[in-house]
Write a protein that binds this ligand. Structure first.
Ligand SMILES: Cc1ncc(COP(=O)(O)O)c(C=O)c1O
Length: 415
């Protein structure tokens, strides 16, 4: 039987909502009330944040965790602790959230974009090696969508050129690479707890490391440059107040207790869906190398080749949403194409480097292709459901593919 697409008036594949996010229950309520009643609302008085730091770091294979206000500041603090100085260069991917690159600018350093691999959507080590100059001091691989970057190659490049590695693990809570937790492989790991992330307290971030000196530097920078045990009004390095509050610490401990089970579920569902969708012509889910031992599926990403699938990516997004499958096209631009970078609108930062920077000419064709034409994202909460939910997503894709001609014969406002 021919099923008319919901976009043109047919019945949607699904009307039932997917699991909502964030997830919370009595444990969050109890912890919040306990914190409220204690009167110890700041980390300097209470124990919630420090307890959470220890548990999160241990769960991610690290001896130290330093909680901060978000996953942007955690990247910047990591770079400052690494000793990044004015106009040093830091290699970053172009296909990532703004902060990966602006954290570099806010250290008065220069982000240098190296393209991603078209199949894994993560930093391409060959492009990283090609981007190295005598000014390069660090690399920030992003474990995009929750799939660890090629850390074996990146760490080898870092060792060869004496570079510092900050893993941007904002999407990768609970993910692992060759059975090592994301955030424990480079010199420093950086996580976000912003509302959409796989663990959240509305906002928040954490730095993870196994290096005691780096941990000490990060701890100092997150609290106005103080040193442990030092006088309150004694400040040693340039920094600010980036301390996480106790209410957020209390919530995050509850979220962490669910992470293991939720990550396994997302990974199981994500792999199942990827296997189903790869059978469709022109659909290429994020390629999973064998070194990815756990994908946290903050996002399920895939490429659509319109010439083979028969419909443009933007039209597929519209059609899927109409079928009851929430999704998006993700980033509209690679970072170097963002007005901020094209116009070098960096405020007081990197004044001397500006004349030699031309981000408009950055060569990142894989990232550009994903942004402009091919990439589609499904959010992590969809993967907290059942196998039947995955079957619904797959059915919606199949329906759209089978009925592709009914869309192509119509004009679209969003081709
Ligand atoms: C890859 C990546 N890095 C860093 C961040 C910054 O985290 P936050 O929003 O907590 O500042 C995000 C947030 O969306 C992100 O996706």
């Amino acid at each position: 039987m021919i099923q008319k697409l919901a976009l043109i008036g047919g019945n949607p594949v699904r009307t039932k909502p997917f699991p909502s996010w964030p997830i919370h229950n009595k444990t969050e309520e109890k912890s919040l009330l306990r914190t409220l009643r204690s009167g110890d609302w700041g980390r300097l008085q209470g124990k919630e944040v420090s307890r959470f730091e220890n548990h999160f770091a241990t769960a991610h294979g690290c001896a130290h965790g330093v909680a901060v206000v978000n996953g942007t500041v955690s990247l910047r603090i990591g770079l400052l602790a690494a000793g990044i100085e004015a106009e040093d260069e830091v290699i970053v991917p172009p296909y990532t959230f703004l902060s990966t690159a602006t954290a570099v600018i806010e250290c008065n350093a220069v982000p240098v974009f190296a393209d991603i691999d078209l199949h894994t959507f993560n930093l391409d080590p060959t492009a990283v090696e090609a981007a190295i100059t005598p000014r390069t001091k660090a690399i920030i691989p992003v474990h995009f969508a929750g799939q660890p970057a090629d850390m074996r190659s990146i760490m080898a490049i870092a060792k060869k050129h004496n570079l510092f590695v900050v893993e941007d693990a904002a999407h990768a809570h609970g993910a692992s690479y060759e059975n090592r937790p994301a955030g424990s492989i480079g010199d420093i790991g950086s996580f976000s707890f912003q509302s959409s992330k796989n663990m959240t307290a509305g906002e928040g971030g954490i730095i993870t490391t196994n290096n005691e000196n780096l941990a000490e530097s990060c701890r100092s920078i997150q609290s106005c440059g103080r040193i442990p045990g030092g006088p309150w009004y004694e400040h040693h390095v340039i920094s600010g107040n980036y301390r996480l509050g106790e209410f957020q610490g209390a919530i995050l401990s509850c979220q962490l207790a669910r992470l293991e089970e939720q990550t396994s579920r997302r990974d199981r569902n994500g792999q199942y869906l990827a296997a189903k969708l790869s059978q469709l012509p022109g659909i290429y889910p994020q390629k999973r190398p064998s070194d990815c031992t756990r994908h946290s599926y903050h996002l399920f990403m895939l490429r659509i080749e319109a010439a083979t699938f028969g419909i443009s990516r933007n039209r597929v997004v519209e059609a899927l949403c109409a079928e009851g499958i929430p999704c998006s096209a993700g980033y509209a631009y690679s970072l170097p194409q963002q007005p901020l970078f094209k116009n070098k609108a960096f405020g007081p930062y990197v004044p001397r480097a500006r004349s030699r920077l031309n981000f408009a000419k950055a060569h990142c064709p894989n990232s550009d292709l994903l942004c402009q034409e091919q990439c589609l994202w499904l959010g992590q909460n969809l993967f907290l459901g059942s196998r039947k939910d995955m079957d619904d997503i797959a059915r919606a894709f199949e329906k759209i593919y089978n009925q592709r001609n009914s869309l192509n014969s119509r004009t679209s406002a969003n081709p």
